[in-house]
Design a protein around this ligand. Structure first.
Ligand code: NAD
Ligand code: MN
Length: 498
């Protein structure tokens, strides 16, 4: 195989098994601890709460470790450590010095990339080829990118005097555990803020590995703190803490709304990256084989547990039959199973709760009259699994066409004209992302202008780059992460205090 083919195959969405050998990625590279303590003030400390919770591997249901749960006193300690670090060291450090730390973190992520990838896969359930080729490299890229901004902040906002805000409370989800930490920490640190990070309860382990990297990079103690715990307690205490200046949240629309109410009138800054129900729109003149790969990547990447997943497919009527046949054939080739196997395309669902949520919504689709297609691939006995699923005969009023499923489930609908495609695609309370497949450049622009979506991909899907802003409209949240836009939520630009 030529080098060019090999590189092609490694891009997300090119899921052919040919680029990978069949040996499982060795888990021996990960040195699991029995117990993980809070990372506060530059040290790993036992929680004042005295509580630990179990974290598991969703592909095997085996216990991986005990994890410290931050109680109210622990939250307070972490915020105080972050505040002191901000006032005494970090806010006055020249940007070029902050950049050095960010570069160190980025390089350590690269050096320990296999360890990060295997641990991420063990705790989340995602296929190793995704954690290895997408999550970890993108996390490193994010730190490299924002390291580059750290000494150029004033040039990003000409004529204004950007100042950091203080302590950022950063609350992350379980679908991209490490990558979401990177999206939160890199811009916060680059702009001179300090951070208290609360990782999602089911996937705390790579946040601890990142804390270890941060300790080894010798960041001043307290600049980054990691405090896991249940969202309704630890997350809420953190968000409500009076010394928190900014909250960055990625997760469900439900919790986003709660946070929005709880910060009202406090002067705290808030950015929300919430759910989605993205449309992937295929025109009759689209490069169909490429589109099929994009559709499959769009919904089955990370088991569909992706806020920008292309979960509603709109196919122009004239090519509906051919697209459906090709999709079914492609589905039959997907390998579901051991996430540590390099050939696996679809891994484990992250938790039993999530599996139940997916199962319930799929059941509603059947009951409401949609037609289901699932390949009859074998599934492991233990762990949380869901087969890649297609629905046809879907109407826009069906729950599966309206609600975020956050699983490997695609609803297929049709349209005749571009106007109809726009209208149907925008007929959702969400507005995070969209995909358009056509050879016609002018149509891409026409569509992109009319899509109420923060990100519009053309002839590709689920592509991410640190320089490119990401975020939603409507119930998908507000604020942007990535690019120059991603600096703004962490800065006071008007001299108005917070
Ligand atoms: P969630 O919104 O409950 O959790 C996200 C993060 O917020 C976690 O760290 C959680 O501990 C924390 N949290 C929960 N309640 C909180 C509160 N009251 N105050 C502060 N923090 C709180 O998401 P979930 O329960 O893990 O997943 C439920 C659904 O959310 C999924 O089915 C999916 O639809 C959606 N989701 C979206 C994204 C995304 O990337 N947009 C990510 C994860 C989940
Ligand atoms: Mn929840």
């Amino acid at each position: 195989m030529s080098e060019i083919e090999r590189r092609e195959d490694r891009t997300p969405g090119r899921r052919g098994p040919w680029a990978y050998s069949s040996a499982p990625e060795g888990r021996e590279i990960v040195r699991l601890q029995d117990r993980y303590d809070l990372f506060v003030g530059g040290r790993f400390i036992e929680p004042k709460s005295g509580r630990y919770f179990e974290t598991i591997n969703p592909a095997t249901e085996e216990t991986l470790a005990q994890v410290a749960e931050a109680g109210e006193e622990d939250v307070d300690l972490a915020v105080r450590a972050a505040r002191e670090a901000w006032e005494e060291r970090w806010r006055d450090l020249p940007g070029k010095e902050r950049a050095k730390y960010l570069y160190r973190i980025a390089r350590a992520l690269q050096e320990r990339s296999r360890e990060f990838a295997v641990l991420e896969t063990m705790n989340n359930g995602k296929p190793i080829k995704e954690s290895r080729d997408v999550d970890v490299p993108l996390a490193a890229a994010h730190f490299f990118y924002y390291a580059g901004w750290a000494d150029k902040i004033e040039y990003a906002f000409p004529g204004r005097t950007p100042r950091p805000l203080g302590v950022a409370a950063q609350i992350t989800p379980w679908n991209f555990p490490l990558l979401m930490c990177a999206w939160k920490l890199a811009p916060a640190l680059a702009t001179g803020n300090t951070a208290v990070l609360k990782p999602a309860s089911t996937t705390p382990l790579t946040a601890f590995l990142l804390a270890e990297v941060i300790e080894q990079a010798e960041l001043p103690p307290g600049v980054v703190n990691v405090i896991p715990g249940p969202g309704g307690r630890t997350g809420e205490w953190l968000a409500r803490h009076p010394d928190v200046a900014k909250i960055a949240f990625t997760g469900s629309t439900e919790i986003g709304k709660i946070l929005r109410r709880s910060v009202a009138g406090t002067g705290k800054r808030l950015t929300l990256e919430l759910g989605g129900k993205a449309a992937n729109i295929v025109f009759e003149d689209a490069p169909l084989d490429q589109a099929i790969e994009g559709i499959v990547n769009g919904i089955f990447f990370n088991q569909g547990e992706v806020c920008c997943a292309g979960s509603r497919l709109f196919v122009q009527e004239s090519v509906f039959e051919v697209v459906l046949d090709k999709l079914k054939a492609r589905l039959d080739t997907l390998r579901v199973g051991d996430p540590l196997d390099k050939n696996t395309d679809v891994g484990a669902i992250n938790s039993r709760d999530q599996l139940e949520k997916i199962t319930e919504l799929v059941q509603s689709g059947i009951e409401e009259g949609a037609e289901i297609y699932q390949p009859d691939c074998p599934l492991p006995e233990r762990g949380f699994w869901f087969r890649p699923t297609l629905f046809t005969n879907v109407s826009q009023s069906h729950r599966i066409a309206r609600e975020e499923i956050f699983g490997p489930v695609l609803s297929i609908l049709t349209f005749r004209t571009p106007e109809e495609a726009v209208e149907k695609a925008n007929n959702t309370p969400y507005g995070l992302s969209a995909g358009i497949w056509t050879e016609k450049g002018s149509r891409i622009l026409w569509m992109a202008e009319r899509m109420k979506a923060g990100v519009v991909w053309a002839n590709t899907f689920n592509r991410f780059d640190p320089s490119s802003p990401f975020g939603g409209y409507k119930e998908s949240g507000f604020g942007r992460e990535g690019g120059r836009h991603g600096l703004e939520p962490y800065l006071d630009l008007d001299g108005s205090g917070r």
